[in-house]
Design a protein around this ligand. Structure first.
Ligand code: NAD
Length: 366
């Protein structure tokens, strides 16, 4: 799941520290195990606010460089996600190179868990694409530094429904900002990726009366969900120019890029995918110039981390829902701040997150 285009200079001269996505990472761990075939990378971006928490993604990367780039971009995103959500967590993420459908097994998961354990709690793992709650239960056999384990084993369970609820809150706030109302009834929504998060989001917005067009590479899933939620279907990649009000990216990162940005007719973008902007500065600015209201991904998809943080802090479902609903208010505040400061919503959100990290760093140094 590549989330940015690698530059030739990244590959040749400074493949790790010099990557655009490196951005001050504290530590990167390359994990290799011949017996199980495990090849994984753990990125620890920043631990100023607390231990670096972020999910593990298993994906068939085009190359090792794409895997490294993905983990770097994702772990950096986690730092800002935790910071803006007010959680005492740092940012980290892991990727396992391979096909989750054919190469994942309990031995591989346990071996990966041992690598996580070797970091003694500096990195705490959780689910991401290609992972299930049951995989976290297997990792739990070898390390306590894992969240998102089954409710029957004392965990907070699958974070995806809460992530979807937070995205729904962010989408409503973006609609309020753009259309003057947060009522999604009658709004046309393009929902790309109807996986764990996408399906629950689909339920929320169709319940509210939105007209949804769904897109996925999994055609069987499209058929099933279009019937279940009375949604229309669009197949293939040529979807960005669709005449819709809202685009909800819930599959891959970097779908807002040089090739797609000028096709967009949607005037609101709000979805679950991490790193939606291929280039956060350039594409953030272009969205703003086009008058498209972009709800920053790392802000509105924080429901999952709120859910897994509950396992560490011991708070319950009511508090999880309350914190997730707050995404609505934070998103509105970010839109306001971006107008006041004449900047992109992405930058406005990043600045608030960075300020929190800077303040904590000063406290720690005093
Ligand atoms: P998932 O794997 O369950 O679903 C992803 C869906 O996208 C699948 O149905 C897949 O077939 C589809 N897909 C993949 N490539 C596609 C393409 N090119 N075009 C259209 N569809 C495509 O993953 P998920 O847990 O639902 O997560 C979705 C996104 O949200 C990911 O980017 C993930 O990193 C992000 N996210 C998830 C959570 C969470 O709690 N699960 C939290 C924060 C962010």
């Amino acid at each position: 799941m590549t989330t940015t285009i690698l530059e030739a200079k990244d590959l040749k001269n400074d493949p790790v520290f010099g990557q655009n996505s490196f951005d001050g990472h504290e530590q990167i761990v390359f994990c290799n195990d011949e017996d199980t075939g495990l090849k994984a990378i753990i990125g620890v971006h920043n631990t100023v606010l607390g231990p670096a928490l972020g999910g593990t993604r298993m994906w068939t990367y085009q190359s090792e460089w794409h895997a490294l780039n993905d983990v770097l971009r994702l772990s950096r995103g986690m730092t800002f996600k935790a910071a803006i959500t007010g959680l005492n967590l740092g940012g980290g993420k892991a990727v396992i190179i391979g096909d989750a459908k054919t190469q994942k097994n309990d031995d591989l998961m346990r071996r990966f868990g041992q690598f996580v354990d070797s970091l003694s709690g500096k990195y705490i793992t959780a689910e991401d694409v290609g992972m299930e709650t049951s995989d976290m239960d297997v990792i739990r056999e070898v390390t306590p530094h894992v969240t998102g384990i089954s409710e029957s084993k004392g965990g907070a369970g699958n974070p995806s429904p809460i992530t979807a609820y937070g995205v729904y809150m962010g989408m409503k706030a973006a609609a309020k900002h753009q259309f003057g109302t947060d009522d999604l009834a009658g709004k046309k929504v393009l929902l790309q990726g109807v996986g764990h998060v996408g399906e629950t989001l689909l339920k929320h917005i169709t319940d509210e009366g939105a007209q949804v067009i769904i897109n996925d590479i999994n055609e069987a899933r499209l058929e099933e969900l279009s019937k279940k939620y009375n949604a229309s279907v669009i197949l293939g990649n040529d979807i960005y120019g669709l005449d819709v009000d809202i685009y909800a990216p819930c599959a891959l990162g970097a779908t807002i890029n040089d090739a797609t940005i000028n096709q967009l007719k949607a005037t609101v973008i709000a979805g679950a995918a991490n790193n939606q902007l291929a280039d956060e500065v350039k594409h953030g600015r272009l969205l703003r110039e086009k008058g498209i209201a972009y709800a920053p991904d790392f802000l509105i998809n924080a429901g999952g981390i709120i859910n897994v943080y509950a396992e560490l802090e011991g708070y319950g479902k009511n508090e999880i829902i309350k914190k997730t609903e707050n995404i609505y208010h934070t998103t509105l505040a970010i839109f306001k701040q971006s107008e006041v400061e004449n900047t992109t919503t992405h930058k406005a959100a990043l600045d608030i997150a960075q300020e929190r990290i800077n303040t904590r760093k000063k406290e720690l140094n005093n």
